[in-house]
Design a protein around this ligand. Structure first.
Ligand SMILES: [Zn+2]
Length: 343
């Protein structure tokens, strides 16, 4: 089995992260990729570099305005006298249905949900290659490979069709799901990151062909706050095709498994042709995000159970931050998944 990753993805090196009014070091660092790649190899996966898939896969889920913004904003930002060398929004529109702003400052506020998605030199190249990794893994699975792992870094599940947020820029899991739709009438996305996959939910909220399921820390007092509540069930033709399973902070392995079983029942009832797993590892007990209390063994069990869904599967890396067990958590997940996965 393959791990798809391009070292170019390490060119994104955000330095700052505005949280609770404090400028902190950004935890979404390139070293994550080194650790995760080593862990995937440890699990027996073979590393491949993705092809350049151009703009078609990302244009299928993101607006042209937004893609133009991401690919040009850093260069334009540097022309602001006295501006920083990272794009960080400082002003946001109170509504997003007015005229599209022309200024770089205003566009940053329009397209960025928060202060956790700075853009610097090298960012766009890395963001694009991260999406290429997801696209490549999706193509492998679409063309008959049982499963593949996209080491997508920077992550993607907080990115909407036209908005970055929470370390995410392009929605890699959404890109993979949309590509699988080229073969399968119905595709499911299961998001196990400790944060709700709000961007992914937003992409497919009104669609009945892509089921979005997310298990995450209750957003009532946890990022992304405004999304991820149990009453968000989809809209229009998509009503009933979004399933949120918010769980209390501190949820451990034993409390997690029943939620995963509920997610499985919903996915089986949908009868998808393929599955995308938005694979955040930040539900770990010692992850700096501090949401859940999943153990390394727990990730093995979670992987094993998802493998038993018996679906062609694209695993797409989401969160999971530097801590001693980051690599071991991925290795165990992949081992558990690989051992139980059958088609
Ligand atoms: Zn997360």
């Amino acid at each position: 089995m393959k791990v798809v990753f391009d070292p170019e993805q390490k060119r994104h090196y955000p330095r700052h992260f505005l949280v609770n009014g404090v400028v902190e070091s950004n935890p979404e660092v390139p070293e994550r990729a080194d650790r995760l790649l080593a862990a995937a190899r440890q699990a027996g996966l073979e590393h491949v570099v993705p092809a350049d898939h151009g703009l078609v896969p990302i244009s299928a889920v993101h607006t042209p305005e937004y893609i133009a913004f991401l690919s040009t904003i850093h260069e334009r930002w540097l022309r602001i006298e006295g501006g920083s060398d990272e794009v960080v929004p400082g002003i946001h529109p109170d509504r997003r249905d007015g005229a599209y702003p022309l200024s770089a400052v205003a566009q940053a506020g329009y397209h960025m949900a928060d202060g956790a998605c700075p853009l610097a030199a090298g960012s766009w190249a890395a963001i694009k290659r991260s999406a290429d990794a997801a696209a490549e893994a999706a193509l492998m699975v679409r063309d008959g490979t049982a499963w593949a792992y996209a080491l997508s870094r920077p992550p993607g599940h907080h990115a909407f069709a036209d908005m970055a947020g929470g370390f995410c820029y392009l929605n890699n899991s959404g890109v993979a799901a949309q590509m699988l739709r080229g073969k399968h009438a119905r595709v499911a996305i299961l998001d196990v990151d400790v944060h709700h996959g709000n961007g992914t939910q937003g992409l497919f909220y009104k669609r009945p062909d892509i089921l979005t399921v997310s298990i995450h820390a209750d957003p009532v007092r946890f990022y992304p706050f405004f999304w991820g509540h149990a009453d968000e069930r989809g809209a229009g033709a998509g009503l009933g095709y979004n399933y949120n399973l918010p769980l209390p902070r501190g949820t451990d392995d034993e409390a997690y498994m029943p939620a995963l079983a509920a997610a499985r029942r919903r996915i089986e009832a949908f009868a998808p042709g393929a599955l995308v797993v938005a694979l955040g590892l930040d539900a770990y007990k010692d992850d700096p995000q501090g949401g859940f209390a999943i153990t390394t063994d727990g990730f093995g069990r979670i992987g094993e159970m998802i493998g038993r869904f018996g679906l062609p599967t694209v695993l797409v890396q989401e969160g999971g931050y530097l801590c001693d067990a980051l690599g071991a958590n991925l290795t165990r997940f992949l081992q558990g998944f690989g051992a139980s996965h059958t088609l």
